[in-house]
Design a protein around this ligand. Structure first.
Ligand code: FEO
Length: 396
């Protein structure tokens, strides 16, 4: 059965039910790689899928039109979950033209080293397909330099590439088909934003402003992952606006690892203190909660307490790994502090502080350190500090 978004506009992507690790991001609900086919005088394919799924995508296309009838391919994004199938697709389709941004052409040329019939397009460029028109919107660093979106004017349909996407495998293709939407979908949408787009909040805000200034209106937003929006468009745009602004909630996270439970005892005491302050508090043990799930919660948290034991004069490896990942995501508008236990040297707190400062987070305490096992007085002090930091740094 074919899936139509509008007359002559079809979803021809694939559902990846089994993926659980998307370059390190935990995709517990699988994903989709969405590609689209436009039937017009110039039949056009928008994006492809991961290389190993290309036969399935081509079979879906062939249910609608013979491959050789396709004239154009639009490549909105070089990343291989959307371009991996391009070499075989080009070989089979032999398109007249492949439209991409200038950076897209450079990236695809570098990836696939083929002499393809590229046509570079920039923001505002238009291509007539016959009865309908495509226009292009460059979105550099949302989230790669080459990224762009494609707008089908007559249908008010935006092919938004990775933006507004979510990793979710489902038999439904549209947001209004998912029961209890939008709440059920919101988590995967937020997780995607946090792990992919968090560093680029300022650019997201600029893009949303630009879309408003250009007067673009949408009946449908068709991202390259997850569901296609036709009911909750204002909802998804407003969530992006909120996340891009980075205004924190009265919410604190205690993120830690532990060797012999001393750092864990402190983490539990901090949680009690945060709870005493009446804010939302979450405890995340780094070997129990996946980093991609923790950063989903970091996105709108206002206070981060990060704990590590000192191991061989250093951070515990999971803490170091998490801080490296978090630093790349450039979190903003957050207060932060470090804690940890140690046996003899106790460098962990200092090392966490250095990482938090490198992220330009607001360091609100010099760090809470305990030698060996915390005693009741130290646990009480940690609890009191947790409450104090919440009251001083989170608006309830
Ligand atoms: Fe879904 Fe940036 O690739």
């Amino acid at each position: 059965m074919t899936v139509a978004l509008a007359p002559g506009v079809y979803w021809v992507g694939v559902v990846d039910w089994n993926i659980r690790d998307f370059h390190g991001y935990l995709t517990e609900d699988g994903s989709t790689y969405n590609a689209y086919l436009l039937i017009d005088d110039k039949i056009t394919l928008i994006d492809t899928v991961k290389k190993e799924f290309l036969p399935e995508m081509l079979a879906r296309v062939a249910e609608i039109v013979p491959l050789e009838k396709i004239s154009y391919i639009v490549s909105n994004h070089v990343e291989m979950d959307h371009s991996g199938g391009l070499p075989e697709a080009v070989e089979r389709i032999k398109p007249e033209k492949i439209f991409s941004s200038p950076q897209g052409k450079a990236g695809l040329s570098r990836h696939y080293k083929q002499d393809w019939p590229f046509v570079e397009v920039r923001t505002g460029d238009q291509v007539s397909l016959g009865r309908r028109t495509l226009s292009f919107l460059e979105t550099p660093m949302l989230h790669w330099p080459d990224s762009m979106m494609t707008y089908l004017k007559e249908e008010e349909l935006l092919f938004s590439s990775d933006a507004f996407g979510a990793h979710l495998a489902s038999s439904e293709r549209f947001d209004d088909q998912l029961p209890d939407h939008p709440e059920d979908y919101a988590h995967q949408l937020k997780k995607y934003y946090a792990n992919i787009l968090m560093p680029f909040g300022t650019l997201v805000t600029q893009l949303l402003d630009k879309i408003a200034k250009m007067g673009l209106t949408f009946k449908t937003i068709a991202p390259d992952h997850g569901l296609i929006y036709r009911r909750n468009i204002d909802w998804v745009l407003s969530l992006y606006q909120k996340w891009a602004a980075g205004v924190p909630e009265p919410k604190a996270l205690v993120i830690y690892d532990t060797m012999w439970h001393s750092t864990e005892m402190l983490a539990q005491a901090f949680i009690q203190g945060l709870t005493d302050a009446g804010v939302e508090a979450q405890l995340h043990h780094l070997r129990s909660t996946h980093s991609s799930d923790i950063v989903t919660e970091v996105l709108d948290a206002g206070l981060l307490l990060v704990g590590s034991p000192t191991l061989n004069n250093n951070l515990f490896p999971t803490v170091s790994q998490f801080l490296t990942y978090l630093k790349g995501l450039r979190p903003k508008n957050k207060a932060a502090a470090a804690f940890g236990s140690f046996g003899w040297s106790g460098e962990a707190v200092k090392l966490i502080n250095q990482e938090l400062e490198a992220m330009k987070l607001k360091l609100v305490h010099e760090g809470f350190k305990v030698k060996y096992i915390p005693d009741p007085a130290e646990l009480a002090a940690a609890r009191k500090l947790g409450e104090q930091l919440a009251r001083e740094n989170l608006e309830s």
